[in-house]
Design a protein around this ligand. Sequence first.
Ligand code: GDP
Ligand code: MG
Length: 661
Amino acid sequence: MKTINIGLLAHVDAGKTTTAEQLMYVTGAIKELGNVNKGSSTLDYNDIEKQRGITVFSEQAELIWKDQRINIIDTPGHVDFAPEMERMLSILDGAILIISAAEGIQAHTETIWYMLRENDIPTIVFINKMDRIGIEMDALIRDLQRLDNNLLSIQHYKGIGESFQGIESLIDGLRIYDELVEPIIESDERLLEKYLEEVKIQDKELAGSLKKSIKERKIIPVLYGCASRGIGINELLDAMSNLFSPYEPVHQLEQFSGLVYKIKMHQQLGKLNYVKVLSGSLRIRDTITIDDEDYKVTSLRKFSGNKASLVDELVVGEIGAITGIKDLKIGQVIGEKVDYMNDWNIEPVLGTRVLYENDQKNEVVKLLDILNEEDPSLNFQYDSQRKVLQIAIMGMIHMEVLKEHIQNRFHITVDFEKPFVHYKETVTDKSTGFCHFEPKKHFAEVEVEIEPNETGKGIQYVSKYSVDYLPVQYQKVIEQNIPVALKHGVLLGAPVTDVKVHLIAGQHHLEHTHGGDFRMATIRAIQQALTKNNIQILEPYYAFRVIATQELSGKIMSDFLQMKGQLDATEQIDDKAIIKGIVPIATSMDYPIKLASLTGGRGIIQYKFHSYQPCHNSDEVITDEANVIERDEKLYNSITILREKKKMKKVVMTDEVSYDN
Ligand code: GDP
Ligand code: MG
């Protein structure tokens, strides 16, 4: 039996948990329906989720439907949990996007949509709450079409709101109703050719083509229902098992390889490493290779809701947890090394300091370590200079939920300071840096060139120096340490980004060079190049979109200009103005609250991380001690280390370097 891993995604309150409950109930995975309103739902077993009725920590459940195994994976619904959601996407074979017919498409729905599109995840849209009053179906369909024109209704709904009667599928097994035939043919060139040549197209062929187009996101089926009354659930299950394709390994390998996509600290079982099998299979007592070391698999588990069951094997496409294996990290590929799409690019741009009772520091550090293990984007750090604990966050709600989570899970009370933004540094010129590293019995010499890269392109590294002169093993050490070297800039000690780095020269010693010597030389050479460059501070920007009445648009635009925003042309829809642009996060974090009072809660604001741009108040930022990031000065200085003083003359920080020794 093949397995399909399907994520449930939605804006908070669209009905994700209710739908998940129904799917489990109908397939017999649970005997009794839980109810989110009474705090008894199966997937949200965490305390806060019960209290708040929102899903914060993603869980999964195994369903069997008509000889198909379906893992449904619940994902966090709030925008502040986007990093966790994006990590989950990398293991999905398909996604169900649940939209409330009453609330329609919201800012977070759009964020999810772009993430699904960027990650090429086949998607089905489930329009829930068809029984609610006040649904404007035309507007909803128009918004959906604006989002993506590959959407295709595969059902008719009967009635709407209080008179919602249910749905009628336009697909019945292999039989596809006439009104779907044309769109299916149009999205498949091969079929279109046949059709134009008037060759008869078989039902089976049409069904196969539909499945293929869904896989390629050329068709995104739309279904309707009312989860709270169980309407449309069977049809949703049919669609999940018939229209999605199970995982196909990209690499046709016999051997096991797997992706660690989630880590969870379990009270009884310890550290659970959740793995998706990318190729081969993993059996209990197998030996797997992790970072060139062999490990024996001592336990394998599958999870459904909060129930764990031991299994003997996980086969390709399946997900499960392994325990007892050393320090695995989220995003790591274990077993056979294969490339796997997992560029998780939502990073928190806000930071905050943790406040706690004086005598509880050790406990707080311990619990933050655990949380950081489960969600590395938390980026927990101890600033030993200022003696403060610091974490990264996505927004105000993330902060609130975290506080409650810590209270409920660890019974410790913490608080957080007002968030601050994370700055970055970049270069504006081209410069070179050199390091001759030669303490006793060590030797490495590195010369690099650094120059600006396009905004948002991050760090690019290319060696321009032949491996004939510097052996490949040393070049590898240099390459590995470029990101380490750029972890701290020279102005604030903030991460350096949007730069191109080239290796232009280097030297080793047959006897004295140790691998680690090139690490030191690389870091120092880069630090020297930075010192010689012109450094610019970058700050994070939101892309914003505000929808408000015409009368207020002037006031809102001037607010954004005052916050150093840059405005795009204003659009107009009916009697509303749409104001768009980008704005520094530092100046605009609180604006949603201000806008709510300005518009009496009727203005709509959407914020999304946009990019790192030159800082609007660099001088202030640089002089404010609070922005300085502590770095290890032993590592991050730009000084050349020599055994003998007299050699210093030859290699002082100049551009001309002689390599004769
Ligand atoms: P989630 O935040 O997306 O997980 O949403 P929940 O499943 O917790 O549902 C949010 C609220 O909407 C709850 O009060 C549900 O009872 C209600 N709800 C869910 N589905 C429907 C539906 O089809 N119709 C109506 N009227 N209410 C629903
Ligand atoms: Mg929920």
